[in-house]
Design a protein around this ligand. Structure first.
Ligand SMILES: Cc1cc2nc3c(=O)[nH]c(=O)nc-3n(C[C@H](O)[C@H](O)[C@H](O)COP(=O)(O)OP(=O)(O)OC[C@H]3O[C@@H](n4cnc5c(N)ncnc54)[C@H](O)[C@@H]3O)c2cc1C
Length: 582
């Protein structure tokens, strides 16, 4: 999700380089907070490390269920502590960091398509720690109106607007931007919160956020807009919903809790996106093979891969039960049964309801309710490889004169495609078009169609916007597509809390703090972006993995170095706001 119309803190362009001077002098914005403002980045960077377990626990097996980013980060850090993570993965390492390749199209075989996460904000600093550790490079992602995006077309109700910068768009888009900035400022103390987040001013963050959580937990995104005097105009709300903020159309998020949206805009999660050169899937794959410089118990050169039999993760978990002595017993798809003193569960939490035969004793009843109430957003994407970035050719008018415009642009539209992204690797080299990226109802519209049928509808839709661009003549390979809601080991793209869900979310996030749970409910730790405050962002997958690592360490009698306290050590000070249950 990214910002088309800049938010209050970025009045000129959605780029940090364009920040006002006073703001640029402040510390950078990070995705730590507002719910649990723990500095995961500082924790990770500290030379004292993340903590240790008693020597008697070294070599102890810990089950890590799910080999997405969260599971791999948790396993990697547990290995560094001298534990032996056993990773179970139903499909492939990477999960929703899934990079597809195009087969059978010659030069284009090296091209990639990000089926899940494809762009990451600089504020996802814990995520960035691992990107750097894995030695991966990033580059600007061509979001609408981003400084490096050659051009953007906004096509609404059959009318197209061509723009290189926001200034090129008609006044109504500026009015929408002003309405959005005003409602954030008036209804959500936007500037004050961003400043507090930058300064990691915990009392201030808590003061603002506790008031807003109480006021707004029962409010939808759309309700928040409607209640704002600046958004009195339906037309403004409609334009805003379709293109005003977010690359795929934020109207699909209108039923979600406004708290979800505030988390995104406060933390700059939608600003200045970068993609990972060569594909995001490389991150978990490299961590799987990475031998840490510093690790306890294991010989130098040990990696997650080397700790697993034949270098392979275990298959899908089919059964998860508690057994005597507060143990967790895992059965996998090969029929193997193993028992562990602790387990980290990182798959989407509905897997506990449908794909895995679970013991009710795994979680307290309140946590089961929270799992059951989890709400997911659907998402579909389709990519095609093309011979070259033909969109940069100069468009001509009916008389054959050059118009000075690109033949085709990054496109936001209210048509079926919603968001189209143009991804090139340099002039005259094969390139990729994401013909369509959609969420929620817009994603479900694609479900009955296979990849080729989807492509046909998309080409028809884009043909209405670009009658002179012969996209089809440039396509050099078959389309690749995904709808996350119909993938076997997933229940949607990512969780999105609905109004009234704050308490459920709090239960899931705080589950790593188990001292107050009955002893026979401890030892299983939930992690993954489902459990985080920022589902849909890889940062949440990393942050909750680190919480789970702290939880396992504590459960096995370990502790952090006092000079580098972990999320659990600082919990009392930072704990998320609690709303009354009665
Ligand atoms: C369409 C889309 C767009 C996104 N865009 C962005 C973006 O632009 N920026 C960003 O930061 N984030 C984005 N995200 C979110 C990001 O991809 C996730 O936050 C992150 O990848 C989640 O990692 P995870 O480990 O928590 O979960 P997952 O990656 O889902 O990992 C869970 C793993 O569990 C496995 N599993 C399931 N059942 C079992 C079982 N029974 N046994 C064993 N394993 C099992 C699954 O196969 C999966 O590999 C996007 C996600 C999607 C889907």
């Amino acid at each position: 999700m990214t910002s088309t119309v800049p938010t209050a803190a970025h009045p000129e362009q959605p780029s940090q380089s364009a920040q006002p001077a006073a703001e640029a002098e402040l510390p950078p914005l990070t995705m730590a907070g507002p719910d649990f403002p723990f500095g995961y980045d500082d924790f990770l960077a500290h030379p004292a490390g993340l903590g240790s377990v008693p020597a008697t626990a070294h070599g102890t097996e810990v089950a890590v269920i799910g080999g997405g980013l969260s599971g791999i980060v948790a396993a990697y850090e547990l290995m560094k502590m001298g534990l032996r993570p056993v990773v179970y993965e139903a499909d492939r390492i990477g999960g929703r960091l899934r990079t597809a390749r195009f087969e059978g199209c010659g030069d284009a075989e090296g091209l990639t398509a990000e089926m899940g996460a494809m762009r990451f904000p600089p504020s996802s600093t814990a995520f960035r720690h691992y990107v750097d550790l894995a030695g991966l490079e990033t580059e600007p992602f061509p979001n609408p109106l981003a400084p490096t995006t050659p051009s953007t077309v906004v096509d609404l109700k059959g009318k197209s607007h061509y723009a290189r910068t926001l200034d090129d768009l008609p006044p109504v888009f500026h009015e929408v931007m002003e309405a959005w900035n005003a409602c954030l400022e008036d209804g959500a103390d936007f500037s004050a919160m961003q400043r507090a987040l930058r300064e990691r001013d915990v009392p201030k963050i808590r003061e603002i956020w506790s008031r807003l959580v109480e006021q707004l937990d029962d409010q939808t995104f759309y309700g928040f807009l409607c209640a704002a005097p600046s958004f009195a105009s339906f037309r403004h709300r409609e334009i805003f919903g379709q293109v005003g903020f977010g690359t795929g159309g934020w109207d699909t998020d209108f039923p979600n809790s406004i708290l979800e949206i505030l988390r995104v805009v406060y933390t700059g999660a939608d600003d200045d996106h970068e993609s990972i050169v060569g594909g995001s899937e490389q991150l978990p794959l490299r961590l799987w093979e990475h031998a840490p410089d510093k690790l306890t118990h294991w010989p130098q050169g040990t990696s997650l891969k080397s700790l697993h039999e034949e270098g392979r993760h275990r298959p899908a978990v089919t059964r998860l039960y508690r057994t005597a002595g507060n143990r967790l017993t895992v059965t996998d798809a090969d029929g193997a049964i193993r028992t562990y003193p602790a387990a980290v569960f990182t798959a989407q939490s509905w897997m506990l309801l449908n794909q895995i035969d679970c013991d009710e004793a795994l979680l307290p009843a309140d946590h089961w309710t929270a799992v059951e109430r989890t709400h997911y957003m659907e998402s579909s994407k389709l990519f095609v490889p093309v011979d070259r970035p033909f969109w940069l050719d100069s468009a001509v008018d009916d008389e054959g004169n050059a118009t000075g415009r690109d033949v085709m642009s990054m496109t936001l539209t209210d048509r079926m495609t919603r968001g189209t992204y143009l991804l090139d690797d340099g002039p005259d080299k094969p390139a990729v078009i994401c013909l369509s990226y959609t969420w929620c109802d817009d994603s479900i519209k694609w479900l009955p169609l296979d990849a080729n049928e989807r492509m046909e509808v998309m080409l028809r839709s884009l043909g209405e916007i670009y009658p002179k661009a012969d996209i089809r003549s440039h396509i050099i390979g078959s389309p690749v597509t995904v709808s996350w809601e119909s993938e076997p080991w997933f229940t949607g793209a990512f969780k999105a809390n609905l109004p009234g869900h704050y308490r459920y979310q709090r239960r899931l996030f705080t589950h790593f703090m188990q001292d107050t749970l009955p002893e026979d409910r401890r030892g299983l730790f939930l992690a993954g972006d489902d459990i985080s405050w920022t589902a849909g962002w890889a940062e949440g997958a990393v942050q909750t993995a680190l919480n789970a690592v702290w939880g396992v360490m504590h459960h096995l009698g370990g502790s952090t170095d006092p000079v580098n306290p972990g999320p659990g050590d600082r919990y009392e000070e930072l704990a998320p706001v609690e709303l009354p249950e009665d």
